[in-house]
Write a protein that binds this ligand. Structure first.
Ligand SMILES: Cc1ncc(C[n+]2csc(CCOP(=O)(O)OP(=O)(O)O)c2C)c(N)n1
Ligand code: SF4
Length: 250
């Protein structure tokens, strides 16, 4: 019988703990498929952040290091500098990367560290109950903005991809979304290019992945995907912001 669906070698058989409909699992699978296809599983080291993806080390079948909240790019920098022949990536949520770890990500990108960052933007702090994150949309209700995010009080959403795209150390940078097959296919292509940039020694690479958090958004999995399409896509334009070839289509 022809196998049409198999588990990537770069994922363990551990059942994931994510809530139904959460796209963390989709993002994990895309990263794992890319590691398999590039043939780099045996020399890849992941760095897990704090947040819902804290247990990523249980799911990826590669060596993993846990970092304190926001510090994953600094830990990844150390690993890569000591072991330059390894492929090093971080997997971070928006609370982790864009709030507590803002300094780490900016400086790692600016230094052009040869690491790859998978940045999950689900517009909230998922693990701790759905508080406002830097990426929360204006007017969006969260547990700390129960009447909707008021930008006069809470500031404007942070556009991480656009912000980091201005830095010279960045070799590849894209924003993708996990809503629908076409978007997921493009997301995988971007993740592959990000790892390839590291393999080619070109510098820092990052893929911002617009993701769902159905539980803290208070929506069903399908409603959450539609909400992402209707609200996050207009606020966070997709595409490649930095490539070695200049701007191009995914
Ligand atoms: C230094 C530090 N500050 C705060 C926390 C509490 N904390 C754990 S997870 C989390 C939110 C993570 O949210 P995000 O990074 O958006 O990831 P998600 O859970 O949405 O995937 C917070 C604030 C912590 N563990 N360590
Ligand atoms: S709380 Fe949100 S981000 Fe965390 S596992 Fe559940 S759906 Fe996913």
């Amino acid at each position: 019988m022809k196998a049409v669906f198999t588990r990537p070698q770069s994922l363990t058989e551990t059942p994931m703990h994510y809530c139904p409909g959460c796209t963390h699992g989709v993002a994990h699978r895309l990263v794992a498929e890319v590691l398999d296809e590039l043939g780099i599983r045996g020399r890849t080291i992941g760095v897990a952040s704090v947040g819902c993806s804290v247990f990523a080390y249980n799911y990826f079948n590669v060596d993993f290091q846990q970092a304190a909240h926001g510090r994953a790019p600094a830990v990844a920098t150390g690993i890569k500098r000591v072991l330059p022949d390894r492929v090093v990536f971080t997997y971070q949520g928006d609370g982790d990367l864009a709030a507590i770890g803002t300094a780490e990500i900016v400086h790692a990108a600016n230094r052009g560290e040869q690491i790859t960052v998978i940045f999950i933007n689900n517009a909230v702090y998922g693990m701790t109950g759905g508080q406002m994150a830097p990426t929360t949309l204006p007017g969006m209700r969260t547990t700390t903005t129960p009447f909707g995010r008021d930008v006069r009080v809470a500031g404007h959403p942070l556009h991480v991809a656009e912000m980091l795209a201005t830095l010279k150390g960045v070799a590849y940078l894209a924003r993708v979304a996990l809503c629908g097959v076409a978007h997921i296919t493009r997301a995988k292509r971007a993740i592959r290019k990000a790892f390839q940039a590291q393999l080619d020694g070109k510098g820092f690479s990052l893929v911002e992945v617009l993701s769902t958090c159905p539980v803290t958004w208070g929506l069903s999995p399908i409603e959450a995907v539609r909400w992402l399409e209707a609200n996050m896509l207009p606020a966070y334009p997709l595409g490649e912001f930095v490539t070695s070839e200049g701007k191009e289509r995914l």
